[in-house]
Design a protein around this ligand. Structure first.
Ligand code: ADP
Ligand code: MG
Length: 470
C-alpha cells in the first residue's frame, strides 16, 4: 500500500513545462495561464504523449488531465488544414463544455483554431452547419458523435488524435458500444489517449481492441493530509439526515458537496435540508440539461450552500472553492471515499471532510483508514453547537436574464449594465454565466431585489430584458 501523501499541485517533485518540446507560443500561453509546473499526471504523460505513444492514464479529478491530452493534440494540429484532426469523447455535455473551454484557453496563441462541441440535447441542424464550416477539433458525447458519423456530417479521414476522457464514467453510462463504433471508424494510424479516474475491467477491454501498445500511467490517489481535515461522526440511521443540517450550522461552510449513495437518499436529504431553511439543490441523471446547468451555475457562483449528489452525478465536476464535503452515507469503496474528499482542500484552501457513520458503516471506516494510513478522528454529534441561531445563508443570489448566446449577450454586457446605469459596484457582482438562452449573474444577497428592479427598468445590450431572482 502506498502511504505517501501527494498533492496534485505540490512542488516537491514538480517539473517545469519548459522541459517539453512545445512551441514558443504554447510556452508563453502556459505562462500567462499561470501553469508553471506540470502536475504529476502531466509530468508522467506529456513526454510520452508528445512522443506519439498511445496512453492509458489514470488520475483523480482535478489533477490536470485536460492539458495532458490538449497539449499533444494541439501540437500536432495544422491550422491551415480545414478538417477534423482531433476528437475528444466525454461522458456528459458539462464535461465536454469544460474540456472545450480548457482547449480554447490553451489554443489561444495559435491562430483561428476552430473547436466544436457536439452533444446530445442540442438540435442537430446548427451542429451540421458548423461542421460544414470546418472544425479542427471536435469535443462531444459518444452518442451524438455517432449520429453525425452515421449521417455523414462528420468526416474523420484527417483525424490523428482520438481522446477518451473520463473513460470509466463513459463505461458506467453504457457507452461501450458507441465508443467501439466511433473508434473502429477512425483512421488506424491515429494516436489514442485514454484518461480515467479508476480502472475498471472495461478499460482494458477497450484498450486491447483499439489501442496500439499503450503505455500505462497510474498515480496514487492521495491528498495532502493537512489541507483536508477529516472527521467522522457516529450517528444512528434515524438521525443521519438531520445531522447534515447540524454539521452545516456548526462548520458554516459557504459551499458543500454532500454525497449520498442513492438517488432516493439525495431526495430525502433535500427535503430535510429545505425544511431546515438551508439552500440546497440536487443533481441527477434524469434532469433536463437546462436544469442541470442552472444547478451547477448556482452552486459554482455561491448562491446555493449545498449540492446533494451521488458519485455518478458529481463525477468530473470541476468546482473550485469547496469548503466542505459531507459523506452523508459512507461509500463501501475506499477509493471512492478518497476521491470524494479530494474535492475539498484544493490548491491553497483548507477544507473539511465530514463523514456520518451508522453502526453498520464502521468496517468501511476501517478499510478507509487502512488505505490512507490515517487514524480516523471520531467526534460526537453532541459536540456540534447550534448556538449561533443565524441561518446558513449563501452570500450571493443568482439572477436569471432571459437572453443568452443566441441573443449574442456576453458577460461584459451584463457587468456593464449593472455597474453602469444601474449604479452597482464591481465588488457587488459575482460570476456571470451565459448559456444559449439565458444569462446568469450572481450578485451579493442584499442588493438582489434592487438589482432585479434596475436591470428590468434599464437595458442590456440596448434591449429591455426579463430578469428574475432564482
Ligand atoms: P481533470 O481533468 O484531471 O479533472 P482539469 O484538466 O479539469 O483536471 O484541471 C483542473 C484544474 O487545474 C483546471 O482549473 C486547470 O485549469 C488547472 N490546471 C491544470 N494544469 C495546471 C498546471 N500545470 N498548473 C496550474 N493549474 C493547472
Ligand atoms: Mg477532466
Amino acid at each position: 500500500m502506498n502511504d505517501t501523501i501527494q498533492n496534485p499541485f505540490s512542488s516537491a517533485s514538480a517539473r517545469s513545462f519548459t522541459e517539453l518540446p512545445l512551441s514558443p507560443g504554447m510556452q508563453s500561453t502556459l505562462q500567462q495561464l499561470g501553469y508553471l509546473m506540470m502536475t504529476p499526471i502531466q509530468a508522467a504523460s506529456l513526454p510520452l504523449a508528445l512522443g506519439g505513444h498511445d496512453l492509458i492514464a489514470q488520475a483523480k479529478t482535478g489533477s490536470g488531465k485536460t492539458a495532458a491530452f490538449a497539449l499533444p493534440l494541439l501540437t500536432k494540429l495544422n491550422p491551415r488544414r480545414f478538417a477534423v484532426q482531433a476528437m475528444v469523447l466525454c461522458p456528459t455535455r458539462e464535461l465536454a463544455d469544460q474540456v472545450t473551454q480548457e482547449i480554447r484557453r490553451l489554443a489561444r496563441a495559435a491562430d483561428n483554431i476552430k473547436i466544436l462541441t457536439l452533444c446530445g440535447g442540442s438540435t442537430m441542424r446548427p451542429q451540421i452547419a458548423s461542421l460544414e464550416h470546418g472544425a479542427h477539433i471536435v469535443v462531444g458525447t459518444p452518442g451524438r458523435i455517432m449520429d453525425h458519423m452515421e449521417r455523414g456530417t462528420l468526416n474523420l479521414e484527417a483525424l490523428n488524435t482520438l481522446v477518451l476522457d473520463e473513460a470509466d464514467r463513459m463505461l458506467d453510462m453504457g457507452f461501450y458500444d458507441d465508443i467501439a463504433f466511433v473508434a473502429k471508424r477512425c483512421p488506424t494510424d491515429r494516436q489514442t489517449l485514454m484518461f480515467s479516474a479508476t480502472y475498471p475491467e472495461g478499460i482494458a477491454r477497450l484498450a486491447r481492441q483499439f489501442m496500439r501498445n499503450p503505455q500505462e500511467i497510474k498515480l496514487a490517489e492521495q491528498h495532502q493530509s493537512n489541507k483536508i481535515r477529516q472527521r467522522f461522526y457516529e450517528v444512528s440511521n434515524e438521525e443521519r439526515l438531520e445531522a447534515v443540517g447540524a454539521l452545516l450550522r456548526h462548520y458554516r461552510p459557504v459551499s458543500t458537496l454532500a454525497f449520498c449513495n442513492t438517488k432516493q437518499q439525495c431526495r430525502s436529504l433535500l427535503e430535510v435540508l429545505h425544511a431546515q431553511g438551508i439552500y440546497a439543490l440536487t443533481l441527477n441523471g434524469d434532469m433536463e440539461q437546462r436544469d442541470r446547468d442552472q444547478v451547477l451555475i448556482q452552486f459554482a457562483n455561491r448562491s446555493c450552500s449545498v449540492l446533494v449528489a451521488t458519485d455518478v452525478a458529481a463525477r468530473g465536476l470541476d468546482i473550485a472553492q469547496l469548503e466542505a464535503v459531507i459523506n452523508v452515507d459512507v461509500t463501501p469503496d475506499p477509493e471512492v471515499h478518497i476521491h470524494r474528499i479530494g474535492r475539498t482542500g484544493r490548491a491553497d484552501e483548507e477544507g473539511w471532510a465530514l463523514s456520518l457513520c451508522g453502526p453498520s458503516d464502521r468496517h468501511r471506516i476501517v478499510s478507509i483508514a487502512r488505505m490512507t494510513g490515517n487514524v480516523p478522528e471520531w467526534h460526537a454529534l453532541s459536540e456540534l453547537k447550534d448556538e449561533d441561531e443565524s441561518p446558513l445563508v449563501p452570500p450571493m443570489v443568482t439572477l436569471q436574464i432571459l437572453g443568452g448566446r443566441k441573443e449574442k449577450i456576453r458577460p461584459g454586457d451584463v457587468l456593464g449594465a449593472l455597474t453602469g446605469d444601474a449604479g452597482f459596484s464591481r465588488e457587488q457582482v459575482g460570476k456571470i454565466a451565459v448559456t444559449d438562452f439565458s444569462t446568469y449573474v450572481a450578485v451579493v444577497r442584499d442588493i438582489a431585489r434592487e438589482a432585479v428592479r434596475r436591470l428590468s427598468a434599464g437595458k442590456v445590450k440596448g434591449k429591455t430584458v426579463k430578469v428574475r431572482a432564482l
